[in-house]
Design a protein around this ligand. Sequence first.
Ligand code: PMT
Length: 402
Amino acid sequence: MLKDKNIIVGVTAGIAAYKAVDIVSKLKKQNANVEVIMTKNATKFVSPLTFQTLALNPVYVDMFKEPRNFDVEHISLAEKADAFLIAPATANIIGKIANGIGDDMLTTTIMATKSKVVFAPAMNTNMYLNPIVQKNIDYLKELGYEFIKPGVGMLACQTYGPGRMAEPMDIVEYMINNFYNKDLIGQKIIVTAGPTIEPLDPVRYVTNHSSGKMGYKIAKEAEKRGAEVVLITGPTNLDPPMGVKVIRVETTREMFNAVEEEFNQCQVLIKAAAPLDYRPEIVSDVKIKKKDGDKDELNIKYIRNPDIVAHFGKSKKEQIVVGFAAETNNLIEHAKAKLINKNLDFIVANDISKDGAGFKTDTNLVTIIDSNGKTKAYPILDKSEVAKIIIDKIKDLINIKS
Ligand code: PMT
């Protein structure tokens, strides 16, 4: 994704400078051309040689050192930048840029660039929450500078709170995101993911094997392409993608209500979740106790849950509604029946009897069936690639509708 992109990484003086080493390494793995500018104080935390070795480019610190190129270096770097990342960004660099100060190689290059500039702040919690720093951040945001919110946690200064630089992987993903084709701007997309759970008593519940991986990958792909994404998710162990609105639910009825809340304002609903079709008719409010004896049995009566995708497929107006079908046998026949009965625009059928497909895996084996019955089978692919195929198909349908 970053092949031949010129990413300038500015490193300022914070303990998180060691994480910038990982960021540079990860950007290189994405085939970016990475050039690093360090402030003088940053070199006290990490040696320029470390960055030079990873970036395979000279590291810039001093503006007045013998130039390596004939060009004025801060201007040539500013001009060649496809994107600029400041990580870690201290209160000092944020304050300087907000006030138009250019007094070293890094600040002058930032002042001279027309490329996107992204700050990944890292500092003590009190510094971060200081109204002066917050005012500088707000002002820079107004001017179009971007910020990757720091995380909350125990900081090197032994305080707990916001100020810990975002994780290198998240920062790199944010940078990759910049270069995505934002072809879904203006579209609101609801994605449902994961299982639902239905309680039996205060300690027991019924659920299924859905991990949420498929739905989360779809949400991520749609967000990268510029859509406003609402991820309605059952319980999973996954971190939701950055930039999406997350609504957490447990039961199928809660999932139904959450979709209903958002549906009228959306253009697309993708039902990748595996909601339970049935729930116990009676939920005991005390723990169900076993009785003595081998003949003891527990009989639970299950009643139907609402079929969410069928409800919205049938009541949709202009929306595109996409369903999934998880099948162990007669894949195409069952999936086609669901496509018609639930009035879907297309259905993604997974053959969950095959290795590497369906629940929990990182890959999936899908066949997509259109509303006109046309089918296309795909080989085993990573779920992120399946997500891309689904979002491309939705984009085609949006184009046809408009
Ligand atoms: O989460 P992962 O571990 O990554 O696994 C991915 C997956 C296998 C869960 C996913 O790819 C998938 O197939 N999701 C649908 C699973 C399912 O419930 O299939 P179904 O054939 O029972 O349902 C058909 C469609 O109706 C689905 O879009 C489902 O979301 C929807 N449905 C089902 C029941 C219900 N009460 N309401 C619904 O909206």
